[in-house]
Design a protein around this ligand. Structure first.
Ligand code: PMP
Length: 443
């Protein structure tokens, strides 16, 4: 399989770090928090298979739910038809979502969930008789997916710049990242300048703004940039004040990652739209949902006759197998009290991170629940990064692999997103591997 993979498969994001010339592991099986390659080697899944896996691999209840559903129907279209798991899941998602999010529009992955939100928000204002409201505010280092629409509201130079001529232009505001903050040199006197900039932009441009899209609390793909406490609540307050829709992209932060079911709950924020994917099926299969309010849904009533239909829909939308997996995922959250059990795991990680923070080449450690970023710096006192060509982050991750842990860097930020099912001991062991890998790769 390794030879065939090399010959025929174009992996996402790999060539930029020249990982393609390095041995790929071929994963043949998985169990619990471990992946097993074709040679039988076991690895901790330290990125939850790209931040999706929650309860571990081969979770019996999810396996069973999919097999049971397979015995009924694998797929039927949502265009003009309904299916049982999709309807039940929608009810449950509404039940756990922040207040006011009462309607669920299904799609297939994080990018499409965001694409749906953007198009819905845009069209909503057309129907409300405010056609000038067409633009979106986004954060400078945002990542909301890889489709053309989501890249348009993205701001990561490395991924997005090349596509610029193809994209629509949003209004950018600074990413509220405390460690990298350019707005205030001293964290203790923060004063949330980032929120003041937002207010200025909103007051100037609100008449042409359809929505503001944000990854609540953590800009994940930007390298786990974390906003100061209170920023998200302020964003909600200001978007309400200036009549701009708030789209919370919880694709990465949703389903327990931050220590609560959704990151919005951490600051008691109820957005106008919320996008979900990744963990929605417990990490088993693609599914996504865009949740929105009755107010927005009702603006699309009138349907075909009044040309108010939302003309958007994917072939596998609301796939019954994926929805059955998602229902099992939510049942496990309830039955196994997953959120309630996260406290000691988060604390154990925080403890171990204090040791890692003291390493010579670690500039910053950032943690929000079980979302962890460890930013490497060549000179930590003066915040001077390693030269790009030294690939410090990649080197650390390749060393970690030799010690049985799969992690990936984003630039020189080591991303650690273990399955929520990891035990305290497993989390400590994985972080110990990271510590050792930083020492051995860089010191
Ligand atoms: N939004 C956020 C916040 C994400 O982190 C991601 C994926 N990393 C996406 C959207 C896109 O999701 P997908 O890769 O499933 O399209």
């Amino acid at each position: 399989a390794e030879k065939k993979d090399k010959e025929y498969v174009w992996h996402p994001f790999t060539q930029m770090q020249d990982w393609s010339t390095r041995p790929q592991k071929v994963i043949a099986a998985a169990r619990g928090v471990k992946l097993i390659d074709t040679d039988g080697n076991q690895f901790y899944d330290g990125v939850s298979s790209l931040w999706v896996n929650i309860h571990g691999h081969r979770k019996a209840q999810i396996d069973k739910a999919i097999i049971d559903q397979l015995g009924k129907v694998a797929h039927s279209t949502m265009l003009g038809l309904a299916n049982i798991p999709a309807a039940e899941l929608a009810e449950q998602l509404v039940g756990i979502a922040p207040p006011g999010l009462n309607k669920v529009f299904y799609s297939d992955d994080g990018s499409t969930a965001v694409e749906v939100a953007l198009k819905m928000a845009f069209q909503y204002w057309q129907h409300k008789g405010k056609p000038a409201k067409q633009k979106f505010i986004t954060l400078e280092q945002a990542y909301h997916g890889d489709t053309v629409g989501t890249v348009s509201v993205g701001g990561i130079d490395l991924f997005h710049r090349v596509f610029k001529p193809l994209l629509f232009t949003p209004v950018h505001i600074p990413s509220p990242s405390c460690y990298h903050c350019q707005l205030s040199s001293d964290r203790t006197t923060c004063g949330m300048q980032c929120a003041s900039v937002l207010e200025q932009v909103l007051s100037e441009h609100h008449a042409e703004l359809a929505g503001l899209i944000i990854e609540p609390l953590v800009q994940a793909a930007a390298g786990m940039l974390m906003s100061p406490p209170g920023y998200l609540a302020k964003v909600r307050e200001l978007t309400q004040k200036y009549n701009v829709l708030l789209i919370a992209d919880e694709v990465a932060t949703g389903f327990g990652r931050t220590g609560k079911m959704f990151a919005c709950e951490q600051e008691a924020v109820a957005p106008d739209m919320m996008t979900l994917s990744k963990g929605i099926t417990g990490g088993y299969m693609p599914l996504a949902a865009t949740l929105t309010t009755d107010e927005i849904y009702n603006a699309f009533l009138g349907g075909y006759a009044e040309k108010k239909t939302f003309y958007h829909g994917h072939s596998y939308t609301g796939n019954p197998l994926a929805c059955a997996a998602a229902l099992a995922n939510l049942r496990i959250f309830r039955d196994e009290k997953v959120i309630e059990g996260l406290g000691p795991k988060i604390e154990a990680a925080a403890d171990k991170l204090q040791t890692i923070a003291r390493l010579d080449y670690v500039g910053d450690v950032r943690q929000c629940g079980l979302i962890i970023g460890i930013e490497l710096m060549q000179d930590k006192a003066r915040k001077i990064p390693f030269p790009w060509e030294q690939a410090a982050g990649s080197r650390v991750c390749l060393t970690a692999r030799q010690y049985g842990l799969i992690i990936r860097p984003i630039g020189d930020v080591i991303i650690f997103m273990p399955p929520l099912a990891s035990t305290v001991d497993e989390i400590i062991e994985m972080l110990a591997i990271i510590e050792r890998s930083v020492r051995e790769s860089l010191e």
